[in-house]
Design a protein around this ligand. Structure first.
Ligand SMILES: *[C@@H]1O[C@H](CO)[C@@H](O)[C@H](O)[C@H]1NC(C)=O
Ligand SMILES: *[C@@H]1O[C@H](CO)[C@@H](O)[C@H](O)[C@H]1NC(C)=O
Ligand SMILES: *[C@@H]1O[C@H](CO)[C@@H](O)[C@H](O)[C@H]1NC(C)=O
Ligand SMILES: *[C@@H]1O[C@H](CO)[C@@H](O)[C@H](O)[C@H]1NC(C)=O
Ligand SMILES: *[C@@H]1O[C@H](CO)[C@@H](O)[C@H](O)[C@H]1NC(C)=O
Length: 421
């Protein structure tokens, strides 16, 4: 199943490969996984691809004729509907963090954000129907595990469901930062906060000496690559559906300054020597955490890894006066200009993190929720100055907003997987 999902996103990566010569490895992986998918289909009795896509839009109900071919959801365009769509929820949803509530924060285009709809080139991505979702996923528990961008997506799902089902119990299942059960449906959704997935804490040189002290390290952060952070360690055995992410904190110089407070990686309780850079550390963490999760999920559980959410700082990084004042989505050329790896721009990490993810997830049974490219266009959809912080927020998303579309994609992929099982 994971293979099939990989092949879905391959055409997207190959597009990049044409433009960016750094990608031959990824396209090789795509080629290999397409080959594996083909042999898998031949050797087993799973339904043919066209059958699957015909059955696929169960929830949301798009025109089945259009999606007869396998769809790459990351290939598409944003279409503006000037007279608007009815939002699933509005700024009165209490779970919306103040800095993300762009309507209440008076962001000039806050109301217009939801008038844009993502249209994949070869299929439809209809807004999911919250009432149908609650019915379909009765007695189910959904866990979001990751940084504040996953919380942003969690809040969008919560507000969408709360709009049609008011009776909720607020609680914190197995270490969650926040969680809710929709009582009529016994559907639970929870958010587990973790920046790196792996456990970390501040580290300082020990008077008794050690390998890192001998190399002259005095201060830093100890990251145990093989130990999950306690906030989510028990989540895989609790939830039926899991959505992971990590990425922003790996390229966050404010906290993990490579010189003043470097990440120092530990494996089996011992420092990794010689010390490795953060991108190698990310690979180690992903490798261990993927195994950890695969080993502990409940039978039949469905695991997603969400790809990196792009930032849109222009004119400098977040701490250098960078802003995001656009009122419309970017054009394709502007997207490439801003995110192409060869330009080494401010928001470089968006596609870089994905390279690490795709490598770590290859051969795993995670499904990839690829929201990166569709989000790259939406420089207009961050809180910007309405975030109410000293610096512009060009990283999180206004709500209602883009993470509503992420949930549309999540729900359509989920129903696709359910149909196949
Ligand atoms: C494919 O769909 C057709 C029509 O819906 C059905 O008759 C056929 O059994 C399906 N094939 C498989 C392999 O599921
Ligand atoms: C938004 O505008 C309203 C009406 O002008 C005002 O009362 C409110 O204080 C403003 N909110 C913010 C966060 O600026
Ligand atoms: C409620 O849902 C959970 C899964 O989230 C399940 O384990 C539990 O049995 C359900 N409770 C009832 C009363 O059906
Ligand atoms: C998977 O779980 C088994 C049993 O709990 C354990 O022996 C094994 O080491 C685990 N593997 C990984 C990769 O965590
Ligand atoms: C990319 O840009 C950063 C600063 O923005 C610079 O330090 C680094 O050397 C650049 N890398 C390459 C490969 O050009």
């Amino acid at each position: 199943m994971a293979m099939r999902d990989h092949s879905h996103s391959c055409s997207h990566h190959q597009n990049h490969a044409k433009k960016v010569p750094l990608f031959p490895f990824v396209s090789l992986l795509c080629f290999v996984s397409i080959f594996l998918v083909l042999s898998f289909i031949r050797n087993t009795s799973i339904p043919s691809r066209s059958n699957q896509s015909i059955q696929f839009p169960k929830i949301g109900g798009s025109d089945p004729g259009i999606s007869a071919a396998p769809c790459d959801y990351s290939d598409g365009t944003w279409i503006h509907y000037p007279n608007g769509r009815t939002p699933r929820y509005d700024n009165t949803c209490k779970e919306i963090f103040k800095g993300w509530n762009c309507f209440s924060g008076n962001k000039s285009n806050a109301r217009d954000l939801i008038n844009w709809q993502w249209k994949p080139t070869r299929c439809e991505l209809p807004p999911f129907d919250p009432a149908t979702f609650l019915q379909t996923y009765r007695d189910t528990s959904v866990g979001f595990i990751g940084d504040s961008l996953n919380r942003n997506m969690f809040v969008s799902l919560f507000c969408s469901l709360k709009g049609v089902s008011n009776e909720v119990k607020k609680w914190r299942p197995v270490g969650a930062d926040r969680g809710f059960t929709f009582l009529h449906y016994n559907l639970t959704i929870a958010y587990h906060r973790t920046n790196l997935l792996a456990r970390y804490g501040s580290w300082s040189a020990n008077g008794n000496g050690g390998a890192l002290e001998a190399l002259g390290y005095k201060e830093g952060y100890r990251v145990d690559v093989d130990i999950p952070e306690g906030t989510w360690a028990n989540a895989p055995s609790f939830h039926d559906i899991l959505i992971f992410n990590t990425g922003h904190w790996w390229w966050a110089p404010s906290k993990f300054d490579p010189v003043k407070s470097p990440m120092l990686f530990f494996e089996k309780g011992q420092p990794v020597v010689p010390p490795v850079s953060h991108d190698v550390g990310l690979d180690l963490v992903l490798e261990h955490m993927v195994k950890y999760v695969e080993n502990r999920t409940r039978p039949g559980a469905i695991k997603f890894f969400r790809t990196q959410s792009p930032r849109h700082f222009e004119g400098g990084d977040w701490d250098q006066g960078g802003t995001c004042q656009r009122l419309k989505p970017l054009l394709s050329e502007q997207v490439e200009e801003l995110f192409s790896l060869k330009n080494n721009g401010t928001n470089l990490e968006a596609r870089l993190v994905n390279q690490h993810l795709f490598k770590a997830l290859e051969g795993s049974n995670f499904h990839i929720l690829d929201i990166t490219h569709l989000s790259e266009f939406r420089a207009d959809a961050h809180p910007s100055t309405a975030g109410g912080k000293k610096h512009d927020d060009c990283m999180h998303w206004c709500l209602p907003g883009i993470t509503d579309t992420w949930n549309d994609l999540f729900v359509v992929q989920l129903s696709n997987i359910k149909v196949r099982n």
